[in-house]
Structure formats: C-alpha cells, structure tokens
Ligand binder design. Structure first.
Ligand code: KIV
Ligand code: ZN
Length: 385
C-alpha cells in the first residue's frame, strides 16, 4: 500500500486563525501531542515573523525528536537565514519556502513577471539547500495558476534542489475533481517529478478541504498537509483528524498507510482547542461533542442493540471513552431505562413508567436532561409514598 506522509501545520497555518496567538510553552505542549499523534513533519511557525515565533520554533526544533520540524520562509535570503538559526538544532531540519504563481498574485501582490518569479524561486531554493537537507517549495495559489507556467517552474525548482513540491489550494476554491486533475497533470508533465514528494495543502472556504486532499492523494500526492480541528486562515485548513479517520476506516476506497496513531486524536484535539481558544463545534466530525452522541429514541435503541447500527467510527479508535446517549425530547424508553440502571436505581416497571412520563414532560421545557435532573426525578419517585 502506498504511504502518505503527514505534514501538520497547526502551529503555523493554524496559528493564522484570526484571534489565535500561541506562545512558546503552548507551542511546545501542542508539539508533544503532535509527536505522539505520529505526524511526520510539523511546521512550528514562521521564524522571521517575530522574535517570539523565532524562539517558539527554535524550542520546538530543539525538543521534538520523532518528527521533522520545519518553519515557513518567504523567498528571500533574510527569512531563510533566520529560519536556519531557528531550525538548525532539529533532528531533521527542513525549510518551507513559498512564492505565489497565479496571475492574480504575481500581478497585484508581487508585481513581478512569471519569469522573474521563476528565477527568484530557483535562486532561493538553491540558497536554502546550502543549509537545509530538505526544502519544500510551495507554489502559493497553485490552483489559480496557469498550468504551463506551473509545469515549467516546478521542473526548474526541482533541478534547483527542492525535495518537496507543495501545490496549495490557498483560497479553498478548487473542487475535488479539479484538484485531483492538477496532481495528475503535474505527475504526467513534469519530467523530474519522481525525484520529490508531492504535497497537497487545502483550505476549507467551500467546505471541501478534506475531500480535495483525498482527491490529491488518489492522483499522486505523497504528502498531505492540514491542522488539528481544521483551524487556520479564514475557514481553516484540511482537518487532519478527519483525514486520518477517513483514510483508516475507508481502506476499501483509500488503500494508503500513514504513521498516525488514531487513539491520540481526541487528546490532541482537546489540547489544541484549549490552547488556541478555538472551540470545536459540537457537530464537528470525529472530535465534536456530538460525534458519538445519539439523541433520538430509534437511534438509541439501535445503538444499544448494536453500536454499528448508527456508528461508523468506534469511539475508542480516536481516543474517546464511550459513546453518549443524550436524554432529550426524542429519546425513548430503552435509553431512559439504560440510564436509570447506570445511575444505580432499581425501579419497578410501574415506577419506571411514571419516571419516564415525568422525564418526557421535562424535555418539553429543557433541551437536554442532565444526570442531576434525572437523579431528582428518580429520587422523588423512589421515595414517594
Ligand atoms: O495556503 C497557502 O498557500 C499557504 C502557503 C504558505 C503554503 O499556507
Ligand atoms: Zn495555507
């Protein structure tokens, strides 16, 4: 089975989420969890962006031993030099250089011709390789770039020494079909492409980041990039926990291996949420509070008979202790009885019926009935004369 490398950018692109600022100690804590989660590469930050981030990247690089540590740099010598100072203590230092290749970015942002951009990319990749054993080059806004230009610049950057080529969907505009086609075409048309890893980096502006990333893998990407909980610039990046689980439980469709340790997912997600202040939505796939919760009576009854009726992921797979049968207005007698027993109450059928009626009338006034509410109902009924 082909192997896919996982590049985590929670500490760089994830930190670009509006309002998020992760300090050195927080980055170190998240980095330890990422290491346990088994990411192959972690992007610790953007060393030239601030003294604080330089120090944070350096601390991560000096500490993490079981993953390659990288930092972002613009295609300029001073950024590359600063990144080297931050990353040189890493067990496998790696640089991530980016330069935009789309007409929109080259014209309005860089104010450079395509040839000027190509020459700058080549020169900076060569410069970076004088120090770094691994250099990833990203064609920023690749999905809105001209294909002939992309093919040309990628070939030249590989000859200059890049070891990874990343094709970001910077603005989250591509569809899975288009993004897959981009990777297929690059594999077919760039003559020296087999010398490098080919990486996918997707943003979630249209909610398709994970689907796009998988489409890239199906079309020749050997590395995927994303963040924990999908945090990142604007609508975020591809959520690594979703990607990990999809690749794991749909092996029939996606026959690829990764080094990820799925049972670390929940813990890692909780730590990232706490330290970034980015609350995970309840209905978020895999790590949301409701991902393993069942409210309707029909579903609860099914799950109590056999969890696979309504659960395609076992909670244990991703480090969640158990599923949760939420008592609400759609809940049925079966889940109610189960909860009563779990709480240690022994009620006659008659008293159980009475308690169920009281519970149902409470659900018309309250969205979720808590264990405390239930304890009050049950104690009242049990002690009623
Ligand atoms: O989305 C993007 O294009 C990026 C680059 C810096 C790789 O994050
Ligand atoms: Zn990005």
């Amino acid at each position: 089975m082909p192997h896919v490398n996982v590049f985590d950018t929670t500490l760089r692109d994830g930190e670009q989420s509006p309002g998020v600022n992760i300090n050195k100690l927080e980055k170190l804590e998240i980095a330890k969890h990422l290491e346990r989660f088994g990411v192959d590469i972690m992007e610790a930050g953007f060393p030239a962006s601030s003294q604080g981030d330089f120090e944070a990247v350096k601390a991560v690089a000096d500490t993490v031993k079981n993953a390659s540590v990288t930092g972002l740099a613009r295609a300029k010598k001073s950024d590359i030099d600063t990144a080297w100072e931050a990353l040189k203590g890493a067990s496998e230092p790696r640089l991530h250089i980016f330069l935009a290749t789309s007409p929109i970015h080259m014209t309005y942002k860089l104010k450079k011709t395509p040839e000027e951009v190509a020459q700058q990319a080549v020169e900076m990749v060569k410069y970076a390789r004088e120090k770094f054993p691994h250099v990833e080059w990203s064609a920023e806004d690749a999905t809105r770039s001209d294909m002939d230009f992309l093919v040309n610049i990628i070939e030249r950057v590989i000859d200059a020494g890049a070891t990874v080529i990343n094709l970001p969907d910077t603005v989250g505009y591509a569809t899975p079909q288009e993004y897959g086609r981009l990777f297929k075409t690059v594999r077919e048309r760039v003559p020296n492409i087999a010398r490098v890893q080919l990486s996918a980096h997707c943003h979630n502006d249209l909610g398709m980041a994970v689907a796009n990333t998988i489409a890239a893998v199906e079309n020749g990407a050997t590395q995927v990039e994303g963040t924990i909980n999908g945090i990142g610039e604007r609508a975020g990046n591809a959520a690594l926990e979703e990607l990990a689980v999809a690749l794991n439980i749909r092996k029939d469709q996606y026959p690829y291996t990764t080094n990820l340790v799925l049972k670390e997912i929940k813990r890692t997600s909780d730590v990232v949420s706490k330290l970034t202040g980015m609350v995970v939505p309840g209905n978020k796939a895999v790590v949301g509070r409701n991902a393993f919760a069942h409210e309707s009576g029909i579903h609860q009854d099914g799950v109590l008979k056999n969890a696979s009726t309504y659960e395609i992921i076992t909670p244990a797979l991703v480090g969640v202790e158990s599923n949760n049968l939420v008592l609400g207005k759609h809940s049925g007698r079966r889940a109610f009885k189960d909860k009563v027993e779990q709480l240690g109450y022994e009620l006659s059928d008659e008293k159980l019926n009475e308690a169920f009626k009281t519970f149902k009338s409470l659900t018309d006034r309250k969205k979720e009935v808590t264990a405390e509410d239930l304890a009050t109902i049950l104690t009242d009924i049990q002690t009623a004369v």
